[in-house]
Design a protein around this ligand. Structure first.
Ligand code: HEC
Ligand code: HEC
Length: 435
C-alpha cells in the first residue's frame, strides 16, 4: 500500500451521489485543468524552442501525475505530506496490490455513536466525494476557484493553487493551520457566498474535506513550482525535472504546511477590557494619530474616514460598480478604458493576489468574513489579510494598541457617532479628508 509512490487511493463516487444526477459533472470524465502557463505557447515559436518547451511541459505533467495521480478519481498521495493516515481520509476506496493483483477495498471508519448506542462502522465518504458534492461547483475540479458558479460571484471563490489563504491565525503570507481551514468551512465567510457547512457535515467529514483542500493546494503549488523549475531547466539535460528534482520541489511545498502549526500567532497580552477609553484610543489610532512608539497607521487610506470601505487608496465604489458589475464580465477591461490614467492605475493597485479587485471592508455594519470573536479581529489587524493588501500592524503597533483597535472596530456598528465630527491629525492630508 505504501509503495515508493506513497499511498494510492481510488475514488468511487458513492452511488447515492450518482443516483438521479444528470449534470455534466457526473457524466463526463473528470480532469484536472492545467495552470495557464502550462498550456500557453512560448513567445519564441521557432521549431527548436517549441519542441524543447513541449518536452519540459510534458515532464511537468509526468511529475504531477506520478505524485498526485492522473485524475481526481485516482488519487496518489506522495510521502511527506503529513496528511493524517498518509492521506487515507481523501477517498472512499483504497487500492491494494499492483498489476493483476490490484484490488479495491472500501475504506471503513468508526462513526461516532449517539449517546448510549453501540459504535458503528460505516463506509467513509472521503474528502473528494464531499468536495465534489459541496464545493466543486464554486471552487472547481482543480481548486482553481473557477467552478461553474464562480463567474456569478463577487468575491470569487478561492483559487487554492497558489496556496494563499486570507483568514488564518498565522503570520502574513504563512499557510493556514488545519484549525483555520476547519473554522472557514464550518462557519463560512460571512458576507460572502462561502457557506457555513456546520449543519451539512459532521466534524469528521469537515476534517476529510480539509484534507482535500490541502491536497489540491499541494498539487496546485507543486504544479506552479514545477513550471517555475522548468523555466530554468535545460531541455537537453537528461536530469531535467527527474524524479529526484520533482520530489524536492514537492517536499519544499509540504514543508511550508507542516511547519506552520507551530507558528500560530498568539497575542502576547490578554485583551484590554472594552472600556470607553480603550475604544477612543482605538478610534484615534484608526484616524492616524500616533501610537505610543510614535508610529501611525493608515486604516482610513483604505477603509475611509467614515470606515465604510471607501478610502482613497482603492478605486471608488462608483468606478468599481461600473467596471465590475455594469456589463458582461468578459468586457471589464474595455469599460475601464474610458477612465483617466490615474483611475486605471488605481484599479491596477486595487487587485488582490489572485488578480481580482478588492473592496476594503465596511466596518460600520459589523459583518466580518473571518469571524467576529475578538481574537479573529486581533489576527486580522495584527497580521493583516494575506493576498488582500491589508498589511500587518504588529509590531508597528504594540499588542495592547491592536486590542484598542479591536475594541473600536467591535463598538463602531453600535455607536456610529464615534466617527462623527472628528478631526484628523493632519487635516491638510490627502483626499481622504474630504470623503
Ligand atoms: C457558493 C460558492 C461556494 C461554495 C459552495 C464553497 N465556497 Fe469556499 N469560498 C467561496 C468564496 C466566494 C470564497 C472567497 C471569499 C473571499 O475571498 O472573500 C471562498 C473561500 C474559501 C476558502 C479560503 C478561506 C481563506 O482563508 O482564504 C476555503 C478554504 C474554502 N472556501 C473552502 C470551501 C470548501 C471546503 C467548500 C465545500 C465544503 C466550499 N469552500 C464551498 C465560495 C464557495
Ligand atoms: C492597504 C489597505 C488597507 C489598510 C491600510 C487597512 N485595511 Fe483593513 N482591509 C482591507 C481590505 C481590502 C479588507 C477586505 C479584505 C477582504 O475582504 O478579503 C480589509 C478588511 C478589514 C477588516 C475585516 C476583516 C474581516 O474578517 O472581514 C477589518 C476589521 C479591518 N480591515 C480593519 C483594519 C484596521 C483597523 C486597519 C488599520 C489598523 C486596516 N484595516 C488597515 C484593506 C486595508
Amino acid at each position: 500500500m505504501t509503495s515508493r509512490f506513497g499511498l494510492v487511493l481510488l475514488v468511487a463516487v458513492a452511488p447515492m451521489v450518482l443516483a438521479g444526477c444528470t449534470d455534466s459533472y457526473n457524466s463526463g470524465p473528470l480532469r484536472y485543468e492545467e495552470a495557464e502557463a502550462l498550456t500557453k505557447e512560448p513567445a519564441d515559436k521557432t521549431k527548436a524552442n517549441l519542441a524543447g518547451k513541449t518536452k519540459l511541459q510534458e515532464l511537468v505533467r509526468k511529475g504531477l501525475t506520478r505524485l498526485y495521480g492522473p485524475n481526481p478519481r485516482e488519487i496518489h498521495v506522495p510521502p511527506g505530506t503529513n496528511l493524517p493516515g498518509g492521506g487515507i481520509r481523501l477517498a472512499n476506496f483504497k487500492r491494494t496490490g499492483e498489476g493483476a493483483d490490484a484490488k479495491r477495498e472500501r475504506i471503513m471508519v468508526q462513526a461516532s455513536p449517539a449517546p448510549g448506542e453501540p459504535a458503528v462502522t460505516e463506509a467513509q465518504k472521503g474528502g473528494y466525494a464531499l468536495y465534489r458534492l459541496h464545493c466543486l461547483h464554486c471552487h472547481g475540479v482543480s481548486g482553481a476557484g473557477n467552478g461553474p458558479t464562480a463567474d456569478f460571484l463577487y468575491p470569487r471563490p478561492r483559487d487554492y493553487r497558489p496556496g494563499k489563504y486570507k483568514f488564518t491565525s498565522t503570520p502574513n503570507g504563512a499557510k493556514p493551520t488545519r484549525e483555520d481551514l476547519r473554522r472557514t468551512i464550518s462557519d463560512g465567510l460571512h458576507g460572502t457566498s462561502m457557506p457555513a457547512f456546520e449543519a451539512l457535515m459532521t466534524p469528521a467529514e469537515v476534517d476529510q474535506v480539509v484534507d482535500y483542500v490541502m491536497f489540491l493546494s499541494y498539487r496546485g503549488e507543486t504544479e506552479l513550482a514545477l513550471i517555475e523549475e522548468a523555466t530554468v531547466s535545460d531541455e537537453n539535460d537528461p536530469e531535467a525535472l527527474n524524479d529526484e528534482v520533482v520530489n524536492g520541489v514537492a517536499n519544499a511545498v509540504f514543508e511550508k504546511w507542516t511547519s506552520v502549526e507551530a507558528e500560530v500567532f498568539n497575542p502576547p497580552v490578554p485583551r484590554t477590557p472594552a472600556t470607553k477609553e480603550s475604544i477612543l484610543r482605538g478610534r484615534n489610532l484608526f484616524l492616524g494619530y500616533k501610537s505610543k512608539n510614535m508610529n501611525s497607521v493608515d486604516c482610513i487610506g483604505c477603509h475611509g474616514i467614515k470606515a465604510n470601505g471607501d478610502g482613497a487608496s482603492l478605486v471608488s465604489q462608483d468606478v468599481f460598480n461600473d467596471v465590475y458589475f455594469s456589463g458582461n464580465p468578459s468586457t471589464r477591461l474595455e469599460r475601464l478604458e474610458k477612465y483617466p490614467e490615474k483611475t486605471r492605475e488605481l484599479w491596477k493597485n486595487s487587485l488582490d493576489d489572485w488578480g481580482d479587485p478588492i473592496r476594503a471592508a465596511n466596518l460600520r455594519v459589523g459583518v466580518y468574513k473571518g469571524g467576529r470573536r475578538p481574537i479573529d479581529l486581533y489576527w486580522r489587524i495584527a497580521k493583516g489579510i494575506t493576498g488582500a493588501k491589508m498589511p500587518a500592524h504588529y509590531p508597528t503597533l504594540e499588542a495592547d494598541e491592536v486590542w484598542d483597535l479591536v475594541n473600536f472596530v467591535l463598538a463602531l456598528p453600535y455607536d456610529k457617532t464615534l466617527l462623527e465630527g472628528v478631526t484628523l491629525p493632519n487635516p491638510a492630508a490627502p483626499a481622504v479628508a474630504e470623503r
